[in-house]
Design a protein around this ligand. Structure first.
Ligand code: G3I
Length: 305
């Protein structure tokens, strides 16, 4: 296989990219996406502020553009994200508890119904835990007004809406074994014990010199898989360049392949110029869509050439 998607498919995995609707008209962007990837995550277009900017009034056109493009190419789509404290419209944060609960459940129901049949996995809840050693939940309108039970409620509503979609919890700085990942681990363990519907855990995997690829990355993915959920690498990017960056990309791909329940990887953008890390070069393609050494390392770790 000579593309990321085909090589990953040969290993029973997908290889995806975060996509922004406003770049789809750029010929090289679309050509690279279509050639290399077999899964897509909308980078911003499915977030709450994009799809329900005003209460009860939904605007799906930009997200639809991405989903239609991807499905037309036979790609999978990851839904990102239903319940998150960021990119949340002001009207949501202003609601009192009982109203907030019905707004959350309505949002999940409406968005998942619109995309039913087209989304492989949903990030139902994103980034609900604090950084640092406390293992505590992050303060947010959902946490502060609905309490710990909001995550469980979101997953139950999601399952009732689209029983065929895989339901994921997604977070960052949970890639190695640490206090934050252990807090998420304990939540997933509790959900499995009590029959709360959860199918997968997403590990964002935004790496940089201050937050390098952890040495226990594979072991951490494996301990989650051992709970009976799939694991996915959902927002991979690695600051750096040249051979050092390439080695890191190869290590990440190999960690996923070593865990049978690691079902796929998604990189958080295509060319460096469109990375959310404005000044960085964390992706697999340079600004002219040339393949970087990191690309070659990822492809070869997947068994491609
Ligand atoms: O669309 C508006 C535009 O209308 C406005 O003029 C412009 C001025 O600031 O902003 C545009 O919105 C920006 C949006 O991206 C779309 O480009 C926001 O400012 C900007 O903050 C937003 O950044 C996104 C970020 O999430 C916001 O939290 C990044 O593109 C996106 O890559 C990033 O993705 C997150 C994941 O969803 C969750 N995990 C972390 C990851 C990286 O931060």
């Amino acid at each position: 296989a000579d593309t990321l998607g085909a090589a990953a498919a040969g290993q029973g995995r997908y290889f995806g990219a975060a996509v922004a609707a406003n770049h789809l008209g750029e010929a090289q962007y679309a050509a690279t996406l279509n050639r290399e990837f077999n899964s897509v995550t909308p980078e911003n277009e499915m977030k709450w502020d994009a799809v329900e900017p005003n209460r009860g009034s939904f605007s799906f056109s930009r997200a639809d553009q991405i989903v239609n493009h991807a499905r037309g190419q036979g790609m999978k789509v990851r839904g990102h994200t239903l319940v998150w404290h960021s990119q949340l419209p002001g009207w949501v944060s202003g609601l009192a508890a009982s109203d907030l609960r019905s707004a959350m459940n309505n949002h999940i129901t409406q968005v998942m119904t619109h995309y039913k049949g087209n989304i492989d996995s949903w990030d139902v809840v994103n980034e609900a835990f604090q950084d640092g050693g406390s293992g505590a939940r992050r303060s947010s309108p959902f946490q502060d007004k609905l309490g710990n039970g909001f995550i469980e409620e979101a997953f139950r509503t999601a399952r009732a809406t689209d029983p065929a979609a895989k339901l994921c919890y997604n977070d960052y700085n949970t890639d190695g074994v640490n206090a934050k990942s252990t807090a998420v681990y304990n939540m997933v363990k509790d959900f499995k014990a009590r029959g709360v519907p959860i199918d997968c855990v997403g590990f964002q995997s935004h790496f940089n010199p201050n937050s390098p690829v952890p040495s226990d990355y594979r072991a951490n993915l494996q301990r989650f898989a051992d709970l009976g959920v799939d694991v996915q690498i959902t927002e991979l990017d690695i600051e750096g360049s040249g051979q050092a960056q390439a080695t890191n990309y190869g290590n990440v791909v190999r960690a996923c392949l070593a865990v049978s329940r690691c079902t796929g990887l998604t990189v958080w953008g295509i060319p460096d110029k469109y990375s959310w890390r404005a000044s960085g070069t964390p992706l697999l393609f340079d600004d002219n869509y040339n393949k970087k050494p990191a690309y070659t390392a990822a492809l070869s770790a997947l068994g491609g050439t």
